[in-house]
Design a protein around this ligand. Sequence first.
Ligand SMILES: [Zn+2]
Length: 398
Amino acid sequence: MGIESPQGPLFKNLRYCLRCCVPETEEGMSFDEMGMCQSCQSSEQKMHIDWTVREKKLRNLLEDAKAKAGNNYDCIVPISGGKDSTFQLHVLVKVYNMKPLAVTFNHNWYNEIGWYNLQNALEKFNVDHIMFTPNRKLVNRLAKSSLGAIGDACWHCHAGVGAFPLQVAVNFKIPLLIWGESIAEASGRATYNDPKIVFDREYFTRVSAKKTAKQMVDEDLSEKDLAPFEIPSSESCEAVGVHGIHLGDYIFWDDERQMEFVKRTYEWKEVNIEGTYKRYKSAECVLPGMHDFTKYLKRGFGRATDHACIDVRNGLLSRSEGFKLAKKYDTQEPNALKYYLKITGMTEKEFYEAMKKHRVSQLQDIDLPISKDKKKEEVEPFVQTFLKRIRKEYPDNE
Ligand SMILES: [Zn+2]
């Protein structure tokens, strides 16, 4: 019941954007009178924006930051090692001659290529870098409570990516934070003409983490354990004048072309990613498949739908080709589930039961199709594989 024809979307009882493949269950989703989602509206607006005017604004803003910085860093660039990180550093260092401090919240789930891309970017652009790594036990424990709290495995990453750059901004007294992609591009929550969401200190709590560090305190985890995920107070942010921008609001953003550019120019590397057909989004992590599969279990679509939507908007796929890819990839149970169950001590049944509680009302009574591929390679963070390899290659010498 509820499953559509081969050319159409997966669920016939959901309303989908008439131009791309995104369903009504996307967070913050609203359709215009033509039945178009906000991201599709953004992609139309993008063609009519005077990007030279916006670029001039960016130039002034960066010059201003540089003038005020004196001997301090001009700005903070939060980076993961993804293709946006390399592109952001290219724009800031090579084009605008800024001196940024690169800041990484390490979710401690890096894969080998992700680690390479991060280190490669630091070497290529000669930027100073600060990284925070939460301990393994804390990460594993939070991965478990995250599922109940927000319906995905990644609270610690959402919260850390939000909190840590702000902590550095406050402690190093660097007011300007610079992210990559515009919110109008990445999600259905805003458009270029109607930004709706502007960056403030609680931005990541609202958009991705959903729960504050204090709300994650439980019988095992104290406020002290969760302190790394605490957002600095508004007083301390205001004292420094902390504010943030997205480069994508000032320069024309084109994921595919930027990816080709950073590959060719800076030896950035792609990687196979579970749950989608593209090889460059969340490419640094071993568990993006878990994040995207839980989204599918909650909302009836995952990362492949997001990617298909982008390609449909850019004229690279037809809408029905998009639906076909989405059906194939969104429904795949990821290899990473095995690792997730191992670190949380949950059974597969407990996982699926927990996810059922987060499912949107429109899909409550539907059996979501799930495909289980049998040939499964082991997923684990690169650092653990690395430690094992070194122990093996350098056995105890008396
Ligand atoms: Zn759309």
